[in-house]
Design a protein around this ligand. Sequence first.
Ligand SMILES: Nc1ncnc2c1ncn2[C@@H]1O[C@H](COP(=O)(O)OP(=O)(O)OP(=O)(O)O)[C@@H](O)[C@H]1O
Length: 324
Amino acid sequence: MNRTAAVSIRLEGVRKQYDDGTVAVRELSLELPAGELTVLVGPSGCGKSTILRMINRLIEPSAGRMWLGDDEITAVDPIGLRRRIGYVIQNVGLFPHQTVRDNVATVPKLLGWPKQRVAERTAELLDLVGLDPARYAARYPHELSGGQRQRVGVARALAADPVVLLMDEPFSAVDPIVRGRLQDEFLRLQQTVRKTIVFVTHDVDEAVRLGDRIVVLSEGGRLEQFAPPAVLLSRPANDFVAEFVGSDRGIKLLAVTPIPREGLRPLPDGHVSAAQAPSVPLGGSLRDALAALLEGDTGWVAVHDGGTALGILTPEDVYSVLRR
Ligand SMILES: Nc1ncnc2c1ncn2[C@@H]1O[C@H](COP(=O)(O)OP(=O)(O)OP(=O)(O)O)[C@@H](O)[C@H]1O
């Protein structure tokens, strides 16, 4: 599936002023690492969509330079460029009179792939996004739920094995429960494909849940902070970021902070296995640990790796890990 190696995206002094004088992006420099999911987040009108659309050249920047790996974006042929970039937007924009199969096959067909390869690829992608090809490939978009349509949109964007995926509020049109499920599936999908993804949302929770890194922007495409979720939540760069991420950032931080491997306290005497006490797997989050702590009455939670108990965490430990 992951045939094409991911590449980084670099912006240097990028500015966008629209014809009516609106400055959507003032001067932005950023390097988005290859194979990572970077979320652009910020209030409405801060230039998020403009930035995405400059990367795939639906919009030309007024100044500055951008690179996709070693290729300068503004110097290459825009059509060829767009074939290397998957683009998913809100409400997807599927072709209504084409089946799911034909929608997903759009770009491979354009690229002149042999029929057999197109068919295999389409089935593989539908599987990957959790839609059984036997059941869904022949349906039309109006015969799908909103969440299923979004999945087809993701499958279509991945079809030609793009080096980069740009996603503009792809999950915002579906209800919160479906949204949560799509986010989970999408994270699993990214484990498999490891694309360089730029994901736009105005929802901080979504940003924290999905992002390897988060770019917080304010009006005029001004960069306020660029950091992994845990850093953003524990050390917001300024008042704008602190306010934007919200007063419940401590709770959000619990969910993105992994249980530490080092510094666990030894199991108390008599507790030789994690089965005898509330326990969480190594690889879980501090929120999981806290939830297990609150359920049990031991005052501590065992951390296990497979069947082996590694040690315990107390509420004080959880607190001190958060404060690190
Ligand atoms: N074609 C255009 N002409 C003039 N101004 C525009 C144009 N497109 C966008 N803008 C303005 O540029 C600014 C940035 O818009 P953009 O759509 O990039 O913001 P956004 O952060 O994606 O917003 P939202 O979260 O509401 O989708 C806004 O002030 C918007 O009104």
